[in-house]
Design a binder for this molecule. Structure first.
Ligand code: SF4
Ligand code: SF4
Length: 354
């Protein structure tokens, strides 16, 4: 398995690492061979989050005896001191570990970035770091480039987790990723298959010989890893065949040819039509709806099996998608042809359980 340096952590991390977001969808018995095989095959970094159902508990139960063999990251949604401390205690308990290598402030958005600094969240994690409960701090931000830049420039975070796939074009790559790399901030790519959309591209028309017999998911991962600033991708995995498919990419690195990239990007653009990339270009909405957040919760519900968490998050979102007045302002701004008003209605009905 090829490994790369993860920014100022100095860790050498497997370029294919393990995204544990889908573990709640399988039994503990199924997790055992999957997680053990991942480590046996050279994966040395596992990423989870407090909000990923029972993912932390399963990792703790299966890998507690192998804890020194891998880097472990988890994430907290809280921003204030007491909330962060309570969540950290729960993470340590559920993961059955005495330390977490990398603790992320998860999915930071809106005014939350300032709250990390002003309401004690960061202070609490710095104390935990001194006590040896955490080694490094990270932050995951989904769509706010200005906030990503602020986080990189703050010098506080060792790692930035970004949603990055072949559907993201040059939104991140032009400016932000080189900046992060130059500041020693490690870059971890989440959602490298765009919520499964790239991995599930129909095999019809798939040019097997051009792509050297590899699958769309493998090419999508190679594409992400071809960015020199990205250290690793963390595709979500829940089956041994998925793991083997992903492992091949890490074990046999190769550069995609110009022809492969051209054809793959054309197929990706087709598969991505009408798919929300969470870029935020549609904002501001005159009704104040946070359009990308609505679609992201919908995706967590539909693609990652996080129905409960997605509903919880959506139900505190103010205003919710029902506030849409169908003014259509956002439609011209969306470069990806998302039918925003009608899709908002569908997302609302799904997330409100109607
Ligand atoms: S159509 Fe709806 S979501 Fe789009 S800008 Fe108007 S109110 Fe906002
Ligand atoms: S609806 Fe379109 S513009 Fe808005 S976040 Fe999604 S992809 Fe971007």
């Amino acid at each position: 398995m090829q490994k790369k340096n993860l920014g100022k952590t100095g860790w050498s991390v497997s370029i294919i690492s393990f995204g544990a977001i889908k573990l709640p969808r399988i039994s503990l018995k199924e997790c055992e061979p999957l997680l053990n095989r991942a480590l046996d095959s050279g994966i040395n970094y596992i990423d989870t989050a407090d909000c990923y159902g029972d993912s932390e508990e399963k990792i703790g139960q299966v890998l507690k005896k192998r804890r020194k063999e891998f880097y472990l990251s988890t994430k907290v949604d809280e921003r204030d001191g007491p909330g962060v401390r309570a969540k950290l205690d729960r993470c340590l308990r559920r993961l059955q570990t005495e330390w977490i290598d990398l603790l992320f402030f998860h999915d930071v958005r809106g005014g939350e970035y300032e709250r990390i600094f002003n309401t004690g969240g960061l202070e609490e994690l710095l104390k935990a770091q001194k006590k040896g409960e955490i080694t490094h701090l990270g932050i995951s931000i989904h769509n706010n480039l200005t906030m990503m830049r602020q986080a990189v420039e703050s010098g506080v975070f060792s790692v930035l987790m970004v949603a990055y796939s072949a559907l993201d074009e040059d939104r991140l790559t032009a400016d932000l990723l080189p900046l992060a790399a130059s500041r020693g901030v490690g870059l971890v790519a989440m959602k490298p298959l765009a919520g499964g959309r790239l991995g599930n591209m129909p095999p019809r028309g798939w040019n097997k010989s051009l792509f050297q017999g590899e699958s769309p998911a493998q090419i999508a991962l190679r594409y992400v890893l071809s960015n020199p600033h990205i250290t690793c991708a963390i595709p979500g995995m829940m089956a041994l065949n998925e793991l083997e498919e992903n492992l091949r990419v890490g074990k046999t690195p190769r550069k995609l040819s110009a022809e492969e990239i051209k054809e793959f990007m054309a197929m990706a653009a087709e598969a991505g039509k009408g798919f929300c990339r969470n870029c935020g270009y549609c904002l501001p909405c005159p009704e104040g709806i946070s359009i990308p957040d609505v679609f992201r919760y919908e995706s967590y519900y539909r693609n990652y099996g996080l129905e409960g968490w997605a509903k919880e998050q959506y139900r505190v979102l103010t205003p919710d998608a029902q506030a849409c007045s169908d003014c259509q302002t956002c439609l011209d701004r969306c470069p990806y042809g998302v039918s925003i008003p009608s899709n908002l209605k569908k997302a609302h009905n799904l997330l409100m359980g109607q």
